[in-house]
Design a protein around this ligand. Structure first.
Ligand code: COA
Length: 374
């Protein structure tokens, strides 16, 4: 065991069997429960994809209506959690707010947090309520009245309404819906792995999602879209792209929105979001982000041969939807919660404590020196 090669970052390590999501990193394919992401992004809705990920099959109209009705009815926050949110500083990191609110919610909803349960009740509840948490926090810091949960709205319309107070146009709702579909699951990404590690100890669903939110927060995972928009601000205009990117690469800085642990070609989600960035930009008469991103893509590819990932274009779509930068990662969570919970439910069905080993490279034969002699 001592001489086993260490796979840093568990790269290429097959940790478990799953029927939820398949990534073909060489061909740039992403499959949810057998269905190609391109078909799902073209034809389905976020609710339909949530059903697919949770139940393993596409819903009938009756099942979909039922799911929509249940999600719509679970958007209210309990009063004590509203009070927890009201206590938070207005300049808090929204991911900290989300994590804390989910953790607090567990205290008030013990029935949904039964470890090992195969019920999707907790998954529905968390999916329904994350936008409400975001809406409460964001509208409070903006000095606006709290969001008013409307059970009739689709999930995407509700997210836009909870944040902005209006759900907006069909195009805006569809753009967000597609972004949510694309973010709903991604095999054993770091946050899903964190959720499964937590569930594998037979801990509960809300604890697993709390772990996942903390893991998604990091810039190498969920935080990249926000950094991409900062990069656009720094670059400023397409004619400055080459100079700025080259300077960054020569300082060995990472260019956010590029590269991927699994994809060796273009991330198929980036292909779809690029088109949505153009579509929404065109509808709003603002193709500045799209043009700038296209130019940055050319430079990064020419300099390093790197391809864009999902985060390169998502921030431009969200910005055009008037979603503030620091809510991009929380939006990611509001979609990925479906994947996290699907994986936790799968973990419970085939439970095995996830506990790898480390190769010890420290000392072993030191003798203890009393403190007064050190
Ligand atoms: N910008 C510049 N160089 C990059 C890069 C990027 N975005 N992504 C990878 N590279 C380079 C690395 O510096 C490394 O070069 P080296 O071998 O000369 O040291 C090489 O490509 C391999 O990178 P590595 O860090 O081993 O790949 P990884 O699988 O660990 O990294 C990411 C995957 C996602 C962490 C990495 O691509 C990254 O940091 N991307 C930016 C953050 C981001 O967009 N995250 C969202 C992911 S969906």
């Amino acid at each position: 065991m001592a001489d086993e090669p260490v796979q840093r970052g568990l790269q290429d390590v097959v940790a478990l069997e799953s029927q939820i999501c398949f990534i073909d990193g060489k061909k740039g394919r992403l499959i949810y429960r057998g269905y190609d992401i391109r078909e799902l992004a073209e034809h389905s809705t976020f609710e339909e994809v949530a059903y697919l990920l949770w139940y393993g099959r596409l819903p009938t109209s009756k099942h979909l209506d039922e799911l929509r009705r249940r999600l719509g009815g679970l958007r209210e926050l309990p009063e004590p959690v509203v009070r927890v949110l009201a206590e938070m500083p207005v300049n808090a990191n929204p991911m900290d707010v989300l994590r804390t609110a989910v953790s607090a919610l567990a205290v008030y909803e013990p029935a949904e947090t039964q470890p090992g349960s195969s019920s999707i009740g907790g998954a529905l509840r968390l999916t329904a309520v994350l936008p409400t948490i975001l809406g409460y926090y964001h509208r409070r810091r903006a000095g606006l009245p709290p969001p008013e949960p409307n059970p009739a709205l689709s999930h995407s319309a509700w997210i836009l309404n909870a944040i902005r107070g209006t759900e907006g146009s069909e195009l805006e709702i569809r753009a967000l819906d597609v972004a949510l579909i694309l973010h709903a699951d991604h095999e054993l990404n770091a946050s899903t792995f964190a959720a499964r590690v937590t569930a594998s100890t037979l801990s509960d669903l809300y604890s697993s999602v709390t772990s996942a939110i903390g893991t998604l927060k990091g810039p190498l995972h969920g935080g990249a879209a926000e950094r991409v928009m900062e990069l656009l601000e720094e670059v400023g205009s397409a004619d400055r792209a080459e100079e700025t990117i080259r300077a960054k690469l020569s300082r060995h800085e990472r260019i956010m929105g590029f590269g991927h642990r699994v994809y060796k070609v273009e991330d198929p989600r980036a292909t779809i979001l690029r088109e949505w960035s153009r579509r929404v930009g065109q509808a709003k008469g603002n193709l500045r982000y799209y043009d700038l991103l296209r130019r940055i893509e050319e430079v990064v590819h020419a300099e390093r041969g790197l391809y864009p990932n999902v985060d390169l274009y998502s921030g431009s779509v969200y910005t055009l939807l008037n979603v503030p930068k620091d809510l991009f990662t929380p939006l990611f969570a509001a979609s990925r919660v479906v994947g996290w919970t699907a994986h936790v439910l799968e973990e419970y069905q085939d439970l095995r404590l996830i506990r790898p080993t480390a190769q010890y490279v420290g000392l072993t034969d030191l003798s203890y020196t009393p403190i007064e002699k050190r």
